[in-house]
Ligand binder design. Sequence first.
Ligand SMILES: C[S@@+](CC[C@H](N)C(=O)[O-])C[C@H]1O[C@@H](n2cnc3c(N)ncnc32)[C@H](O)[C@@H]1O
Length: 294
Amino acid sequence: MKHVPVLLKEVLEVIAPNDRGKYFDGTVGAGGHAEAILEKSTPRGLLAGTDLDENAIKKANQTLSRYKGRFYLFNSCYTEIGRICQSLGWKELDGILVDLGLSSMLLDDSPRGFSFKSEGPLDMRYSSKGEITAYDVVNKYPRERLTTIIRNYGEERFANRIATAIVKKRPLNTTTQLADIVSMAIPRHHWPRKIHPATRTFQAIRIEVNKELDRLKEFLNAASGLLRPGGVIAIISFHSMEDRIVKRFFREGYSEAGVTLRTIYKKPIRPNDRELAQNPRARSARLRAARRID
Ligand SMILES: C[S@@+](CC[C@H](N)C(=O)[O-])C[C@H]1O[C@@H](n2cnc3c(N)ncnc32)[C@H](O)[C@@H]1O
């Protein structure tokens, strides 16, 4: 399935790329948002992008090929933003974007182990260099820790039952094995209507494997310190815990770098019905943005 960039029009409106600007896309993925930013900032706008997934970087290089000389891609974590800007000799950024979560590319790649729909190993790392895999979380974590992760990161009310069922059936090796055990642990009349019963547990394990919340906090501090006055940072999140982190950070209005930020929207921007009809992945997307005002 082709990856459709989420909330693209809204991202372009808020970042408002211009032809003298420097932009950073922390989760470049297939290059959808990056391509639109480069197009809008034609002929001289520059973009640096990171992605932990090597295949995403290859794909984005293809997508962006016609903007050769105006973009720089790095197979790294977005928390490397400071080092990357330094290596490019960029002191300040005009716009920063992060589109969190999973790409269709990763979801459709069964050997990466993100999907409960097709058989794959319990992996779920964005980067093949990641230290822990879903196998480690599922098979080695104590039951209590597993319960906390599934409850907090998955917002799953049956976390305790699910963790108990997993521990009982260990060792688990595949995504479909895990999906079946999770589904069976949830009483059938409580199965969610619109999503697979294992969706929340898979999300929780993925967040733990990739330390997504810690990385996001680290990134927000590092990134806002690099914004030029008037520059905008925009974050698309898919999970209420991520959204809360972003909301608080923007509300507090400053970062460790001593930068003053002002939230641009009172409420997060959600996709409209037309986008939802075309792109089901956008279902839980929320865009928040803040401007550096000092
Ligand atoms: C939703 S996709 C981005 C799609 C992209 N905006 C587009 O339009 O094609 C999210 C991407 O973020 C990457 N990712 C997740 N966590 C990351 C991190 N900490 N640093 C860099 N990339 C990350 C994933 O590998 C995935 O490719």
